[in-house]
Write a protein that binds this ligand. Structure first.
Ligand SMILES: [Zn+2]
Length: 170
């Protein structure tokens, strides 16, 4: 039985704690829905800390490999996962305020999540990976086994993933 790690996120951040481990892709059901098959294993590290203003945050790193389904030939394609994400911990009121400000032009440097005394680490990892996946993955043209001609559309990316990357790299 695979033990799901939980953390008290504010305590974790305030005390600079760190957790790392490996999780088989097969243990992440929501992610699995987006994949071609359950092969693959992901390594993760979550570090707690405070930013320069003393606000609590989690630095999340995920590396590994999973297999997406090519939208052109419908065969499996290797997809390397390399994610480094900083997440600010907020209370509900702050999160609501952020939501209201989405159209206000105020750019947030990092994503925020609700501070949780019983944060499901795997659920958090799963969410971040899902946000990063391309919505219509395709092999490189030379590597694709599709024999049809004509489908030369540019790879479409999940617009939310692009937005998230922009925000995270700001
Ligand atoms: Zn293909």
């Amino acid at each position: 039985m695979f033990a799901r790690p939980f953390i008290d996120s504010l305590d974790f951040a305030g005390n600079g704690r760190q957790i790392s481990g490996e999780v088989p892709v097969a243990e992440l059901p929501r992610l699995l829905d987006a994949l071609e098959n359950p092969q693959g294993i992901l390594s993760y590290t979550v570090r707690g800390g405070l930013d320069s203003r003393g606000d609590p945050l989690l630095d999340v790193s995920i590396t590994g490999q999973c297999q997406l389904r090519c939208q052109r030939c419908l065969n499996a394609m290797d997809y390397p996962v390399h994610l480094d994400v900083r997440l600010m911990l907020c209370d509900q009121a702050s999160l609501d305020a952020l939501d209201e400000n989405v159209t206000g032009g105020e750019e947030e440097a990092f994503d925020s999540i609700l501070a949780d005394a019983h944060l499901d680490v795997l659920d958090l990892l799963e969410e971040e990976i899902l946000l990063s996946l391309p919505i219509a993955p395709r092999h490189e043209l030379g590597a694709c086994q599709a024999t049809g001609s004509g489908d030369t559309h540019e790879e479409e990316k999940n617009p939310f993933a692009i937005l998230a990357k922009l925000k995270r790299n700001a």
